[in-house]
Design a binder for this molecule. Structure first.
Ligand SMILES: Cc1ncc(COP(=O)(O)O)c(C=O)c1O
Length: 366
C-alpha cells in the first residue's frame, strides 16, 4: 500500500482559469479573449521585456538566491530596510512557506469563506484545520474572525482586497483587529491587488512592518499590476525575524534569474504602472454603468476584476461565453453559483464581454 496522506487525498485541487490555448484546442476557435485570471491586459512592460532578453544570456547560471539587485531596488522603492523583504516563486510560494513554517497536524487556520482557495489547500497539506468564517455583505468579518481564534490558531489569512469579491477591510477595522489578535497568531495580509486600490480608507500596511509589528506579514506580487504572472514572482514584507525564519525554509534558488531581472526593470517603469491602474479604474466604471443598465447586481471592486450576479446559473453563462471565445470565471468553487468573475480588460475587451454577456442572458430568457 502506498502511504498516501489522508489530509492530502481529501483536497480538491485548485482549478485555475482556463488557458487560452486549451480553449483553442478544445473548441477549434482562433479568437479567444481571456478575462479570467486577473492578469494584466497590457502584457509585460517594455522595460521588463528588454531586461528579460538581456537576462536570457545568463540562463546557464544559477540565479542569485538573495535576489540582490531586486531586493535593493524594492527596498528603495518602499523606503524599507531590505531585511524586511523576502521573494517567492509567486506570492503563492510565500503562502506555502508560511504554512510549512507555522502549521503542524491539529493546528488551526482562520480565514473567510469566499476567499482565495489556496489558503485552505495549503493549510490542509500541513494537516491543519481550516476554518472559513462567514462574510458580512460579501466582506471579511474581522470581528467574527477574532471570535473564532482558539489556542490552536496559528495563522490568519486576510486577502485585502479580497479575491473573488473585490471588497476590502478598512484601516480602522484592521487597527482594531490587530490590537486584539494574540501575538502567537501570525496574520497574513494578502495584498495581491493593492496596486488597483482607490479607496482612501484602505489600510497602509507598510507602517506595521516599519514599526516591527512582529506577527504581521504582507504579501504582494508582480503577477497583476506589473504584468509578470508567467514568470512567477511575488514577495513578503515582515519583521526581520520573520524574514530570516522564512529564508530557512525556501529552496536555494526559488526565484529564477529572468523573473528577478524583469521585476527589477518593471519597478522602473512607472508609466506602465500608471497606465495599468488607469485602465482598471476606467474599466470598472464602464462595467458599473453597463451592469446598472442591464439591471445586474455587481460588487463595487478595489481590484482588477468584478463580480457580477448573472441571475441564475453562472456555470451556464460561463459555458455559453466559452463557446463564443470569451473566458471568464465561474464561481461554483466559491459557493457563488449565480455569479461570474470578470477580469477588467482593455476597453475593446470589456465592450465585447458586455455584448456577449447580454446575448447570453437574452438566449437564456427565451
Ligand atoms: C488573493 C491572491 N493572492 C495570491 C495570489 C497569487 O499570486 P501569485 O501569482 O503571486 O502567486 C492570487 C492570484 O490570483 C490571489 O488572487
Amino acid at each position: 500500500m502506498i502511504p498516501f496522506k489522508k489530509n492530502i487525498q481529501n483536497i480538491s485541487p485548485y482549478e485555475p482559469g482556463k488557458p487560452i490555448k486549451e480553449l483553442q484546442r478544445e473548441y477549434g476557435i482562433r479568437n479567444v479573449t481571456k478575462l479570467a485570471s486577473n492578469e494584466n491586459p497590457l502584457g509585460p512592460s517594455g522595460k521588463a521585456i528588454r531586461a528579460m532578453r538581456r537576462a536570457i544570456r545568463d540562463a546557464h547560471l544559477y540565479p542569485e538566491g538573495s535576489c540582490y539587485y531586486l531586493l535593493n531596488r524594492l527596498a528603495q522603492e518602499l523606503k524599507l530596510d531590505s531585511g524586511h523583504i523576502i521573494f517567492g516563486n509567486g506570492s503563492n510560494e510565500i503562502i506555502e512557506l508560511l504554512a510549512r513554517g507555522f502549521l503542524s497536524e491539529g493546528d488551526e487556520v482562520i480565514s473567510s469563506e469566499k476567499t482565495f482557495l489556496v489558503y485552505p489547500i495549503l493549510s490542509q497539506v500541513c494537516g491543519a484545520k481550516f476554518r472559513a468564517v462567514p462574510m458580512k455583505d460579501y466582506r471579511y468579518d474581522l470581528q467574527a474572525i477574532l471570535e473564532a481564534i482558539t489556542p490552536k490558531t496559528k495563522l490568519i489569512f486576510i486577502a485585502n482586497p479580497n479575491n473573488p469579491t473585490g471588497t476590502y477591510v478598512t484601516a480602522g477595522e484592521v487597527e482594531d483587529f490587530l490590537a486584539k489578535v494574540p501575538e502567537h497568531v501570525v496574520v497574513c495580509f494578502d495584498e495581491a491587488y493593492v496596486d488597483f486600490v482607490d479607496a482612501e480608507d484602505f489600510p497602509k500596511m507598510l507602517s506595521y512592518i516599519k514599526n516591527e509589528h512582529s506577527n504581521v506579514v504582507v504579501l504582494r506580487t508582480f503577477s497583476k499590476a506589473y504584468g509578470l504572472a508567467g514568470l512567477r514572482i511575488g514577495y513578503c514584507l515582515a519583521s526581520k525575524e520573520m524574514v530570516a525564519y522564512l529564508h530557512k525554509i525556501r529552496q536555494p534558488f526559488n526565484v529564477n534569474s529572468i523573473a528577478q531581472a524583469a521585476a527589477t526593470a518593471a519597478l522602473d517603469d512607472e508609466f506602465f504602472r500608471w497606465r495599468t491602474k488607469w485602465l482598471v479604474l476606467r474599466g470598472k466604471k464602464f462595467f458599473y454603468r453597463r451592469f446598472k443598465k442591464l439591471g445586474l447586481e455587481y460588487l463595487p471592486t478595489q481590484a482588477n476584476f468584478i463580480l457580477v450576479n448573472v441571475r441564475g446559473d453562472g456555470q451556464e453563462i460561463f459555458q455559453d461565453l466559452l463557446r463564443s471565445g470569451m473566458i471568464v470565471r465561474a464561481m461554483n468553487a466559491y459557493n457563488l453559483p449565480d455569479w461570474i468573475r470578470i477580469t477588467i480588460g482593455r476597453r475593446s475587451q470589456n465592450v465585447q464581454l458586455v455584448k456577449l454577456l447580454k446575448a447570453s442572458l437574452n438566449r437564456k430568457a427565451v
